[in-house]
Design a protein around this ligand. Structure first.
Ligand code: KG4
Ligand code: ZN
Length: 351
């Protein structure tokens, strides 16, 4: 059994994982920094990088222990080296280089956004022995259509192989997760906003408010969410000059707003995925990123894939948001394809 160690420090999660045979998660350790950043309403890069430095050694040791492996069992060290906060990336990349050098193992640089798509291919430990009956038991048939919906990215890809992804479209302003976070702030729910907006939306009527569907051109595969966010802001706070806030709305009005926003987002995603399916030949649909944890969106994408007659690969809940198992898994896949980085691997902030 070949095991790859993965390290993830692109933003505010310090994470390390061990994945066997490219898909079977042996350990997946994540320490979130939400408590450190909550009072600032968002991630403070300096604080995030410092926490990665303080925590990473322990997290790596824990991932190795939980997987019950020693350095001899590891066939490569994968690290997310782009995109992300550069100070944070540097911590993970430096640690991965040190381990690769000390243990004399290949180093693999992994694109964090591409890894979100690979998350749908991972088999959680509990399912590892019974997975033969499920879709996840076999790797996704390629070429696939990939949709990344995270806090930093919203993009569609044609995936010919996991080392050859062609971006078909992406957001021209806010990412979809960012829109969830901003709507959460408008509704005074807290951070990170996605799960809180989803919870509030459960008690709301999705048709109570009609927010605009921003689709850009008729053929466009790009996304735009800033208009929707502004529409929610005006709906809650009133037009410019009024003093209203979400505290002035009834509990039902707040829930209706969250539900209508969530419905609008899912309709936009559905329309764009359908357009992309008409543009390329896809044998499967692969979705990843924090927003893919959203039940309404998962359900809509499931219906879409069923109607198109192709399998849908959605990550298990624990692999939707940032984690290192997806980095280890994609790293193992790339290593298998012959990709290996030198010890001068760079940390790159942009995709
Ligand atoms: O993929 P991720 O962990 O980080 C990035 O790479 O950006 O995504 C985080 C985003 C946040 O914006 C968060 O609000 C959103 O994913 N998110 C959700 C849900 N869970 C997390 N959005 C909607 N519904 C959820 N259940
Ligand atoms: Zn991410």
């Amino acid at each position: 059994m070949s095991c790859v160690l993965g390290i993830e420090t692109t933003c505010d999660e310090t994470a390390c994982a061990v994945v066997a045979d490219r898909r079977i998660v042996r350990s997946n350790v994540i320490r979130t920094q939400i408590d450190l950043h909550q009072k600032y309403g968002g991630v403070v890069p300096e604080i995030a990088a410092r926490a990665h430095i303080e925590w990473l050694n322990d997290i790596v040791a824990e991932a190795m222990n939980r997987a019950a492996v020693s350095p001899e069992d590891i066939s490569g060290i994968a690290v997310a080296n782009c995109p992300g906060l550069v100070g944070c990336l540097l911590v993970g990349v430096s640690a991965a280089k040190a381990l690769a050098f000390a243990w004399d193992k290949p180093l693999i640089g992994v694109n964090h956004v591409h890894a979100h798509l690979y998350a749908g291919c991972l088999i959680p430990p509990a399912d590892a022995t019974i997975a033969s009956a499920s879709v996840a038991a076999s790797p996704p048939p390629l070429p696939a259509l990939g949709l990344v919906i995270s806090g930093g990215h919203t993009s569609l890809y044609e995936i010919k192989t996991f080392s050859s992804l062609r971006r078909l479209g992406s957001t021209i302003d806010d990412a979809v997760g960012e829109a969830f976070d901003k709507v959460s702030a408008i509704l005074q729910l807290g951070y990170p906003g996605g799960p809180l907006v989803e919870k509030l939306a459960r008690g709301g009527c999705a048709d109570a408010v009609n927010f605009p569907l921003s689709l850009l051109g008729r053929q466009s595969l790009d996304f735009s969410f800033s208009g929707l966010k502004t529409a929610v802001l005006y709906h809650v706070n009133g037009e410019r000059g009024t003093q209203r806030t979400s505290a002035d709305l009834s509990a039902q009005q707040r829930a209706d707003t969250a539900a209508a926003f969530e419905r609008t987002v899912s309709e936009i995603l559905e329309i764009k995925v359908r357009r992309a399916m008409e543009t390329i030949t896809a044998k499967s649909l692969i979705v990843g990123g924090g927003v893919s944890a959203n039940e309404l969106i998962r359900g809509r994408l499931r219906q879409l894939a069923d109607a198109a007659g192709i399998p849908l690969y959605l990550p298990a809940m624990e692999y939707c948001t940032d984690n290192a198992a997806m980095i280890a898994g994609l790293g193992a896949e790339l290593l298998e394809q012959g990709y290996q980085a030198d010890l001068d691997l760079s940390a790159i902030a942009t995709a």
